[in-house]
Write a protein that binds this ligand. Structure first.
Ligand code: KIV
Length: 302
């Protein structure tokens, strides 16, 4: 049965737990606008993340750090309006939750109240664990994010794989366990060796979504613009391109520009028709009006 034949109803958190239990892979993808949301929803994905990767994929920043809560909310609301079945995860941007539990709760509440998110995602272990616990106690389901956490890429030495030594791997695993203990409903693990994920999986009861973390996680997430070939910045090793939309878009817009310049577009079929007698009457009315405005001037003159 294809996803298009499957009964379409809005998914709930319990569905993800059931998929984990049944060993059915969970499909997650990012989206940042309404048409993108409609595409991924119709494709039957389980979860949609409006990631702060939006900073780079759609807003033109050179990292995820500058994006603001208001920018993220605008994008997240547009995605919400495009989803019918998938769960919606809002990504709390850098600087919007770290300073205190109260700030973390207030930001998370905005993503739920204003943008209709089902869950919110926050990055790192450390002090984030307490923020996760606070948001969960406020009644909002939380996704933890460990391994490569782009909001702290500078501190991590750049956008590079994490957990490549035994000690570093244990640090990633400890972050994951602490976030589960804090009440997170789900975990994203990014850019770690497959061995780390394999070692972590038996220790966790919550669903784990991998990105560049091997095949042992309960599901996978990719960035919309990466998987469709829309982002022309450098791609991470784990990115697989399933389409080349940038090339198709570039070819389309180049052809449009050529046709406008050559006069091929618009052709008569791209316009609206007016009955010939109405066109003639319009010209007469205009001529009469010109005569009133400029007595003595010949029709059509200035
Ligand atoms: O911001 C994002 O898109 C993410 C995913 C890569 C997990 O955090």
């Amino acid at each position: 049965m294809s996803v298009h034949d499957a009964p379409r109803r809005r998914l709930a958190l319990g569905d993800l737990a059931a998929k984990k239990k049944d060993g059915e892979p969970i499909v997650m993808v990012t989206a940042y606008d309404h048409p993108g949301a409609r595409i991924v929803d119709e494709a039957g994905v389980d979860m949609v993340l409006v990631g702060d990767s939006a900073a780079m994929t759609v807003l033109g920043y050179d990292s995820t750090v500058p994006v603001t809560v208001d920018e993220m909310l605008m994008l997240t609301k547009a995605v919400r309006r495009g989803l019918t079945t998938a769960l919606l995860v809002g990504d709390l941007p850098f600087g919007s939750y770290e300073a205190s539990d109260d700030i973390a709760i207030a930001t998370a509440q905005r993503f739920v109240k204003e943008a209709g998110c089902d869950l919110v995602k926050i990055e790192r272990g450390g002090s984030t664990v307490e923020r996760a616990r606070a948001i969960v106690s406020a009644g909002i389901p939380v996704v933890g994010h460990v391994g490569l956490t782009p909001q702290s890429a500078t501190a991590l030495g750049g956008y590079r794989a994490q957990g490549r030594t035994a000690e570093a791997a244990l640090a990633v695993i400890d972050d994951a366990l602490a976030l589960q203990d804090a009440g997170c409903s789900l975990l994203v693990i990014e850019a770690v060796p497959a061995e780390v994920t394999a070692a972590l999986m038996p220790l966790l009861s919550i669903p784990v979504i991998g990105i560049g973390a091997g095949a042992d996680a309960d599901g996978q997430v990719l960035v919309f613009h990466d998987l469709l070939g829309l982002y022309d910045g450098p791609a991470a090793k784990f990115v697989k391109r399933y389409a080349d939309l940038r090339a198709a878009a570039l070819a389309g817009v180049t052809e449009y520009a050529r046709e406008v310049r050559s006069g091929e577009y618009p052709a008569p079929e791209h316009g609206y028709a007016m009955p010939a007698e109405q066109a003639e009457r319009m010209r007469q009315l205009l001529a009469a009006r010109a005569g009133v405005r400029h007595p003595g001037a010949s029709p059509g003159a200035g």
